[in-house]
Unconditional design. Sequence first.
Length: 299
Amino acid sequence: MTETVAKWDDTVGRGRTNLRPVAGIHVRLEEFRAAVRAAGEHWTGGAPGELVDALARAAGDDPELVELVRSGGALLADFLDGLRQQAAPRDLAADLIAGRPVPPEVFDRLAARYLVVVVRSPDADGRPALHEAVLTTRHDGDLVLLVPAEDADRVTGRLTQSLGGQGLLATATRPREDIADGFREATDVLRLVTAGRRPSGAYALSDVLVEYAVTSHKEVTDSLVAVIEPLRAHALLWDALTALIDADFSRNRAAKNLFIHRSTLDYRLQRIAHITGCDPTSGRGMQVLTAAYVADAVR
């Protein structure tokens, strides 16, 4: 029986190689189909490449059929890869915070505005039960929640309470079209409150305006780092400054936390003023040193 079979034409047209029927090639199609059925009877399953190898063996010594099987196998592999992508469960929250496209029929069902919450806690999984409308994912070890704006106050309060004084929340509010931008803002807030050694609680951009401003300009950041960097060579002085920041500038509490006398702490603070040119016992000096401390931590 004479048939026409498709083969690869080596003629390049308009910049591509064309697959077209070539007349006059006699192949044993019935024998090939029988060989394929026989292969199927013994097939135990496997990767697409293994199936292609089995069909190529069924094609025997016919080079056109072998080429057709190989080409078809590549198409099959591409199709199955696309099918797997469709079948794989999507992490909607991860797509939204990364700015990846979301199917319109899914996007249109989202709330109009969201509170983006980034949670850093030793026990982030120990959060209270949340409404099903809250989308969650993880990013670099932090828990990320997308809370419909109408539930923002209630959910934030419950999350803050669940921290038990052992973690931080950073938040930003955005329309659903700008969730990725809100996530960037919340991560910036978390980075700054961590660097500033803020106590456990919920924070927004309004809580770190000074730190955000000074670390948004490289020249300012570099200048602040230059102020504080000499203290790195003096461990006791660095610890004294850290304790003062942790104690919210209370020298009595800082001395107690360091297990030293208040006069010893005052002496160390005088040395800090001499080395940096900023007096940590004055309001302006402490403000500059705190900003420098944050700049050094986030650079």
